[in-house]
Structures are given as C-alpha cells and as structure tokens.
Design a binder for this molecule. Sequence first.
Ligand code: BMA
Length: 369
Amino acid sequence: MKLTSSLLVGAFMLTSCNLISDSGTKPADKQATTETRQLISTMFELTSKGIMFGHQDDLAYGIGWIAPNGKSDVFRVCGDYPAVFGWDLGHLETGAACNLDSVPFSSMKQWAIEVNALGGINTFSWHLNNPVNDSSAWNFSTKGTVKSILPGGDKHEKFTQWLDKVANFFTDLKDTTGKPIPVIFRPFHEHSGDWFWWGKKHCSSQEYIQLWQFTFRYLTETRQVHNLLFAFSPSDNFRNKADFLERYPGNEYVDLIGFDIYQMQNQTNKQFAGKLKEKLGILHEVAKENNKLAAITEIGYEQIPYPTWWTEILWPAIKDSGVSYALFWRNAANRPNHFYAPYPGQQSEKDFVELYKLTETLFRSDIAN
Ligand code: BMA
C-alpha cells in the first residue's frame, strides 16, 4: 500500500475496479460536470477498498508552523498526505482576504487545485457570519435569521451576494486545462445543534430545508456552478433514522450524508467508541436506503491524550462502517492544545503510523490517479 512518500510522486495503487450500479452514483446536480460525476463514482468505488483519512487545513498550518514555513503534520508523521483535505470558507462572504482561521483564500484555492492534481479530494465547510448583525456563525442572538435570508426576507439580497462570492470561489477552482475541479460543499453543518444561527432552536425544519434548497438552486441554476457535491451533516445528537432525517432537504439536493462527532474530555474511550459505532449504524442504514455516500464529516479527540487511540479506539469503531472518509479537525497553530492529528513528538504518533499502515486506511498515495 503506502509506496510513495512524496506528494509529487503518484502511484496508481488500486488494481481492481468494482463496478457499481449507476443508481445513486449520479450527483444531485443534474448538470454536474463529467469530473464531478467521476468523483462521486470513484468515492463509491473506494468504499470497497477502505476509509479515506481526511484533515482540516492540513497544508495551511500545524503545530509550530504556518505555511509556507512548514508542511502537513500528517505528512511529517507518516510520510504521506491525507486523501481528503478540509477547508472552510467562513469570512469569504465579508470580502476578507483570509478565512476565520487566518487561511488566505488565495492560498486555499491554490492548495485545493494542487490537491486535485495529485489525486486528493477537497471538502469545504462554511462558518458564515450572522447575516443580520455581521457577528460570527456562533452568534444566534438575532431572531428569525434564517427566515430573513430566504426569498422575501429583508436580508435575502445580502445573502445572494454572499452566495455569489461562494459561487465565484468554486468557479475559480480550475485545473491546468481550465476545467472546474470537483469538490464537496458542506454548508449549514451541525444544524441539529443550537450553537450556530442556523441551528435547530433558531429556525423551523421547513426554514432550514428551504435555506438548503435555495442555496442548492442558486448555485447550480442561477449561477451555473456544476462542480459541487453537496454534503448534509448534522451533529451527533440524532437517536434514530427519522431524527437524522428531520431536516433533510431531499435526495435531489444531497450527495453525501454524514455527521460531526468529537470525543469529549469527560468521555471514556469506551463511551465514545460505543456512541460512534451506534451513530455509524444509523448513518449506514440511511445511506443505504437513500443511495448516498456516507462520511464522518468531522471527528477528533482534542490533544489525542491516549497513545493508542487510533488503532484501539477509533479504528475498531469505524472499520466496518462503510463510510467514505473521516475528516479530522484542524491542528491550530495559534490556539494552544487545539489539535486533532498527531505531529512529530506527540504521544499518539507511533500508533497513528500503525493506523496508516493498515490496508483499509486510505491516504493520498492510495487514491492517486
Ligand atoms: C472550531 C474551532 C475554531 C475554528 C472553527 C472553524 O471547531 O476549531 O477555532 O475557528 O472550528 O474552523
């Protein structure tokens, strides 16, 4: 498996291609580009090979470095890059040069293009500001915020201008031949929690669904952006399938379903693994019934305080889940102890290499080409 150790050297590792039925492998956007169609098919195919490892802001910064003065903590530990790269568009809507975690959008674009060229997959979340008071995504002090940005609302036009910026960003992501590169877009995430202004307590199900459907149509129809797969991801607080689907906008608007889950410091390994497994069981059922890709759209244990967490706790819980990928959250350069992937010298480093060596964990070199 992991033969290459350089992002610049690609080896085609997959020797067999299990052809899967066409149903459910087509993007929700009926006019999606050929590359976007290929991406969704490839992702489905890869689920029979293993689970892709993903990391947020992997190329932008890590422990003790900020680009260009350093590189990927994941690479530093295992000599390979993640297969999936997470980015966040928060603050793009304001016209700022950098996102909410100080990543320059111009660099983000370049990295996303590079990732695509080298066979990796990009996924974008969007911690967009509160459109009513221009505070952060976590500010829910304004009433009826979601309603105000829907058609007819007094912030609707402002919201469409924000979506224009997102559309421009995605349209700008082009390969060397000028073709738009396919990416995953995961807006309005963790909507089943209450911490974002689009959260459960702050809008009705109908409003959330309208917001999703409007966003989908605005990007794909009004702005003709056709390089997106749409990911729907609540937090981990759903109890059953119906609960998971409570704010689901419908199969015609979604390509991938998942959830965000973190091990809390007061949670034992056993509790976390049990919860993760239980939620993955529900996700698997929903994904199967709706022919959707499934993923763990955010995960991690802050500071990874347990040396063998990767192979003893995480892997047994996820290995048979059928998810396409698990995206680990960021290794913040400017926020002490806010990291979710190991770095050289971190106590779970060796165990992470063991995880890396497993045939069923897929990193960049495993999915190249
Ligand atoms: C959170 C934290 C914040 C960050 C936000 C968006 O979970 O990592 O520091 O600003 O995600 O990336």
